[in-house]
Design a protein around this ligand. Structure first.
Ligand code: NAD
Ligand code: USQ
Length: 383
């Protein structure tokens, strides 16, 4: 299949583009490279030294003989988007190309507006371009488990059947997101659902949990293919941050009492889930929703596991409970379904000691690049 990966220079997108190319798909990357720019603006950097996108792609070609087309442009530049799609002729578009940090979206009004304009309008542009030129193309859109929030009932995959006053219907699952970023994903989901209904587009919304890990089969093939690994207080995510904190001897930054629970998956499962979604397209007019995660952990569970992995490597890991910079429930019910991708053949990589050891070793290898002043959270949700 011809698969265009939007956001293909990012953490999930880069690993996915290489994986799909390795599996024999014709892959194109569309990316504005704005994430590298946001890092520079915030004075933060990935733990791992990532090569320029052109160098990455040249190395991939030299190693495997496989060519990946590159389109450097912004989803919000509609004429460029149309031109790229017409040139590439996709069968499927995988859309990762958004501002994806909750703290970034909560810095101030400008960052909230930037996040929602970038994400919601970019996605809407893509929907129009598909309607006008590729109505049969399968849109695989990255959503987030955070769209659901933490309701006091089980979380279903996108829809819930409700009986009310003697009548019954299957309706979109209620959304209670916890940041202006997570809200942008809810707005995207609504727009995609509506576009499928009125124009007969086909789409899969992948409500992904927090991704951890750095190595995939492909990105591990060469230093020039190395993936990004964020650890700073804005773009770094929980488990990845904890491993890097452990490697540099910084106490693990547990926000609040640490009982807040989230859904997680290994980046090796991210790339596989996308492959599964691409290979099993939604029907025309269908807005399909899969919950993309393999396990649920509280922040305390993660901290304990990193502590244990540290002790087997002789590293003493301290944990520090910080005042929670976010407004979020800490003690809450959390039980989400994730059977759709498993039914389609996903074989999960569960969080294990060996993964934590290798992540810790990886973090130790690059620890000289860590700027400790970027570890503590600086963005607060409250006024
Ligand atoms: P990332 O920041 O590493 O990558 C995103 C890429 O999209 C960047 O290369 C950026 O330059 C590009 N981009 C952003 N806006 C663009 C635009 N308007 N036009 C073109 N390119 C644009 O993020 P990631 O961690 O790889 O996340 C990818 C997607 O997966 C996001 O949509 C995110 O919401 C979702 N997701 C990520 C995680 C996670 O833990 N990392 C978890 C769940 C969902
Ligand atoms: N947390 C800590 N300490 C830290 C970092 C985070 O306790 O140092 C806590 C947060 O308070 C939160 C949880 O860990 O309760 C998850 O935070 P996170 O920063 O790891 O993840 P989040 O902000 O939810 O965002 C990430 C990605 C986002 C994706 C989302 C999936 O950045 O793109 O959408 O994970 S999910 O969480 O399922 O919505």
């Amino acid at each position: 299949m011809r698969v265009l990966v939007i956001g293909g220079d990012g953490y999930c997108g880069w690993a996915t583009a290489l994986h799909l190319s390795n599996r024999g798909h014709e892959v194109g990357i569309f990316d504005s490279l704005v994430r590298r720019h946001w890092d520079a603006q915030l004075c933060v950097d990935t733990l791992t030294p990532i090569a320029p996108i052109q160098t990455r792609l040249q190395r991939w070609k030299d190693l495997t003989g496989k060519e990946i087309d590159l389109f450097v442009g912004d989803l919000n530049d509609y004429p460029y988007l149309e031109k790229a799609l017409l040139q590439f002729q996709p069968d499927a578009v995988v859309h990762f190309g958004e501002q994806r940090s909750a703290p970034f979206s909560m810095i101030d009004r400008e960052h909230a507006v930037l996040t929602q304009a970038n994400n919601v309008i970019g996605n809407l542009n893509l929907l129009y371009a598909l309607r006008d030129h590729f109505p049969d193309c399968h849109l695989v859109k990255l959503g987030t488990m955070g769209e659901y929030g933490t309701p006091n009932i089980d979380i279903e995959e996108g829809y819930i059947t409700i009986e009310h006053n003697g009548r019954k219907d299957t309706l979109p699952y209620p959304k209670q997101p916890g940041s202006f970023y997570h809200l942008s994903k809810v707005h995207d989901s609504h727009n995609i659902h509506f576009a499928c209904k009125i124009w007969g587009l086909r789409a899969t919304d992948l409500n992904q949990g927090v991704v951890y890990g750095v190595l995939t089969e492909e990105t591990g093939m060469d230093e020039l293919l190395i993936n990004r690994l964020d650890y700073d207080g804005v773009f770094g995510t929980a488990l990845n941050r904890f491993c890097i904190q452990a490697a540099v001897g910084h106490p693990l930054t547990v926000y609040g009492n640490g009982s807040q629970t989230r859904a997680f998956l290994d980046i090796r499962d991210t790339v596989r889930c996308i492959e599964i979604a691409v290979s099993n397209p939604a029907n025309s007019g269908e807005f399909r929703v899969f919950n993309q995660f393999t396990e649920m952990f509280s922040v305390n569970d993660l901290a304990k596991q990193v502590q244990q992995a540290g002790s087997t490597l002789g590293v003493k890991v301290e944990v520090k409970n910080l005042e929670n910079p976010r407004v979020e429930a800490e003690d809450h019910y959390f039980n989400a379904k994730n059977t759709s991708l498993l039914d389609l053949g996903l074989e999960p990589h569960y969080l294990s000691d060996s993964l934590l050891d290798s992540l810790l070793n990886f973090a130790t290898k690059y620890k000289g690049r860590v700027d400790q002043s970027q570890i503590l959270p600086k963005v607060k949700w409250r006024r």
